[in-house]
Design a protein around this ligand. Structure first.
Ligand code: SDX
Length: 376
């Protein structure tokens, strides 16, 4: 009699390893990056300081930050090989496909270092620096516009916006964008980060891990949800139609994008901070109609299913107000999350064990081969 095997579908609730990078706590509804509450980091730190913290475990001193910024800012330029790739990729393709392919190309171009921990950190900073140029030009290229050269006198968030729109927006917009990047940077063993760790566990290379993570993030159950939130808003149209729309959607067993979470069951700890950023944008752009729709759907979902928003729910409309195309939303998520992905990749390889779970076989019992038709 075989013991009753317990299947943990989706690895729900299964602790597979330790990590020093972040803590996602559903009891306290909190998120710590290397021990710091993410809300405090979003209020007090640049995205560069948070990226440094995720990689190094400590916030940088003034000198360390200056050195880090010099290295990052010196590597922001759009590589000519990547520019050519973007220009040869049909605009009908999804920006996440362009991003995934561009990172793969960057990996092929990495001939400077052997695959060791030191160089993986340097490759991580280079990727961190280069993703904004890719995301920004991909959006511009879809509108027939040329790339905007990176600026080394701007911080990461400001330069990302500069390269996308060719001008600097109001500080309100820059602050909201920076907050979104800090909140998106890291979230423990989410699907895309765990994907990167699986690749790391085979001792493959960093770029292969990031390419795999981009593939996982693209899915609408994960990072693709922020794009899908805007599609939902467009479908609903106005606040007064939210309840009826939701009734129909739930009746046809649809998942409502931007709601629910595998770990947070009483609301995503990051939402209040991102919602405050969205509120500042709604005021700045004078779009109370968008906030009314946001609130109406949130209320209806709470009444109908008692399911709360996740980070993708406020970030979608926020990126829309900033002027990003909807298909650009998840690439922005990826550009922020490349910090967490690479920090976990390096941590996995530093304390590695090949990730290889078991499965319970439920196929046909053993049987003999009797070929039908013409055998060998
Ligand atoms: C991210 O893991 C991370 O940390 C991810 C992330 C990160 O920072 O990396 O936080 C980013 O991916 C956030 C999630 C973005 N995805 C979405 O917004 C897609 C919509 N959400 C759902 O698909 C769902 O909530 C998940 C996938 C996010 C979590 O689902 P679970 O934990 O697997 O829960 P479940 O799907 O088993 O749902 C339990 C019940 C089900 O009802 P029953 O079938 O049992 O009756 O709740 C229902 C579900 O149908 N439900 C939803 C719902 N979420 C859960 N019903 C409608 N709409 C939803 N959004």
């Amino acid at each position: 009699m075989t013991d009753q095997i317990e299947i943990h579908k989706g690895l729900a609730g299964v602790v597979v390893d330790t990590t020093d990078i972040s803590s996602v706590n559903q009891e306290t509804n909190s998120l710590l990056y290397r021990g710091y509450p993410v809300q405090e980091l979003a209020a007090k730190c640049s995205f560069e300081q948070v990226a440094y913290l995720l990689w190094h475990g400590e916030l940088p001193t003034a000198d360390e930050l200056e050195g880090f910024e010099a290295v990052e800012r010196g590597q922001r330029a759009l590589r000519p090989e990547v520019q050519a790739l973007i220009e040869q990729t049909p605009v009908s393709g999804h920006p996440m496909d362009v991003l995934r392919t561009a990172v793969s190309l960057l990996g092929a171009l990495e001939t400077r270092f052997p695959d060791d921990e030191r160089s993986d950190y340097e490759k991580s900073v280079r990727l961190f620096a280069q993703l904004p140029a890719i995301v920004a030009y991909d959006q511009r290229h879809r509108h027939g516009m040329d790339p905007v050269p990176a600026r080394e006198d701007l911080d990461y968030a400001s330069n990302f916006l500069w390269m996308t729109f060719g001008e600097l927006p109001d500080q309100t917009v820059i602050d909201a964008f920076r907050v979104s990047l800090v909140l998106y940077a890291e979230h423990s063993f989410n699907a895309s980060t765990f994907t990167a760790r699986v690749v790391a566990s085979t001792l493959s290379d960093l770029h292969s891990g990031v390419v795999a993570a981009i593939g996982a993030l693209k899915g609408p159950l994960h990072g693709g949800a922020n794009e899908a939130v805007m599609a939902t808003f467009s479908e609903i149209g106005s606040a007064d139609r939210a309840e009826a729309w939701l009734e129909d959607a739930l009746a046809s067993k649809k998942k409502i994008m931007g709601f629910g979470h595998r770990v947070y069951k009483n609301g995503d700890s990051r939402v209040p901070t991102m919602k405050a950023a969205l509120d500042s944008l709604v005021d700045y752009y004078n779009r109370p109609d968008l906030l009314e729709l946001y609130t109406a759907l949130e209320q209806a979902m709470g009444d109908a299913k008692n399911i709360k928003p996740n980070l993708d729910y406020p970030s979608g409309p926020a990126y829309h107000l900033m002027g990003f195309d909807t298909p650009t939303f998840t690439p922005i998520f990826a550009a922020a999350r490349v910090t967490g992905w690479t920090a976990h990749f390096i941590e996995q390889q530093a304390h590695n064990s090949l990730i290889r779970p078991l499965s319970q076989y439920t196929g046909p019992a053993q049987r003999g081969v009797r070929p039908t038709g013409r055998g060998l």
